[in-house]
Design a protein around this ligand. Structure first.
Ligand SMILES: Nc1ncnc2c1ncn2[C@@H]1O[C@H](COP(=O)(O)OP(=O)(O)OP(=O)(O)O)[C@@H](O)[C@H]1O
Length: 251
């Protein structure tokens, strides 16, 4: 079942066309990538799906609702169904780890504080951190730990859909790999649909179930990594820096 359906989306800023009549669907339970060069309109699409940017032409259905025609109550309800981790999704420097995770719960629920604290601790552990990290401040954390806290904050409200913008940017290869592993585990454990903007080839090759590549206002490719490898297309080979061994096997 599709959880998000983008139909004939056209976006222009001044005279510049960013998306020209593009359509795609994101299925429930998949990790879906939105890829493309810098300025190809990846963040704009996500901002449109999460209702931060107006849809100029075309339609987006999110959980079967046309997001351009929602009542205030419907839009509030939909906002409870997703969460996002933006590229520079900073933590509040004056709050400790646990308090940072609790922010969304305090904002979006009426739960009593002892329950909020319990949920925050559970989510802290879900993202691979320990109770002893709970009272550290952001300045005392590594980049990978900060991303984990931001992720714990995003999943604490139990969203159905999670948006991640460049989740591994700024991480060293080993931390990025661990973060990718965490995304895969969370998808399985929490039954999430995850939409990822990424340039990270490891994420693209090992974490995404399916992806689109935006190029020159259109979708240049839609499918999974195997389909991309099978295509023998020079743009795809360059974009994904696909390597061939001496027997012509691609990786
Ligand atoms: N609100 C806006 N008003 C005017 N131009 C905008 C607006 N939002 C985005 N743009 C422009 O639209 C283009 C696409 O931006 P977008 O952020 O979606 O690209 P992107 O693919 O996410 O790029 P990157 O990988 O560099 O983050 C860019 O040229 C950007 O400057």
């Amino acid at each position: 079942m599709d959880i998000i359906k983008v139909e004939n989306l056209t976006t222009k800023f001044d005279d510049r066309t960013i998306h020209n009549n593009i359509s795609f669907e994101i299925n429930e339970g998949e990790i879906f990538g939105i890829l493309g060069g810098s300025g190809s309109g990846k963040t704009t699409i996500i901002r449109q799906i999460v209702m931060l940017q107006k849809i100029q032409k075309g339609k987006i259905l999110f959980l079967n609702k046309d997001i351009s025609n929602l009542s205030i109550e419907e839009s509030q309800q939909l906002k409870n169904d997703f969460s996002y981790l933006f590229q520079f999704g900073a933590l509040f420097s004056f709050l400790n780890v646990l308090e940072n995770i609790e922010v969304m719960l305090k904002e979006y629920t009426n739960l009593p504080y002892d329950l909020i604290e319990k949920i925050a601790l559970t989510n802290l552990k879900l993202v691979g951190l320990k109770e002893e990290h709970a009272f550290l401040y952001p300045s005392e954390l590594s980049g990978g730990m900060k991303k984990r806290v931001a992720l714990a904050r995003a999943i604490a409200i139990e969203p159905k859909v999670l948006f991640l913008d460049e989740p591994t940017s700024g991480l060293d290869p080993s931390s990025a790999e661990q973060f990718n592993e965490l995304i895969l585990n969370l998808k399985k454990m929490l039954n999430l649909t995850i939409i990822v903007i990424t340039h990270d080839l490891t994420t693209i090759k090992h974490t995404l179930d399916r992806f689109i590549i935006l190029k020159d206002t259109k979708i240049a490719f839609e499918g999974n990594i195997q389909m991309a490898l099978d295509k023998n297309d020079s743009f795809l080979e360059d974009f994904l820096t696909i390597k061939k061994d001496k027997n012509g096997h691609k990786s």
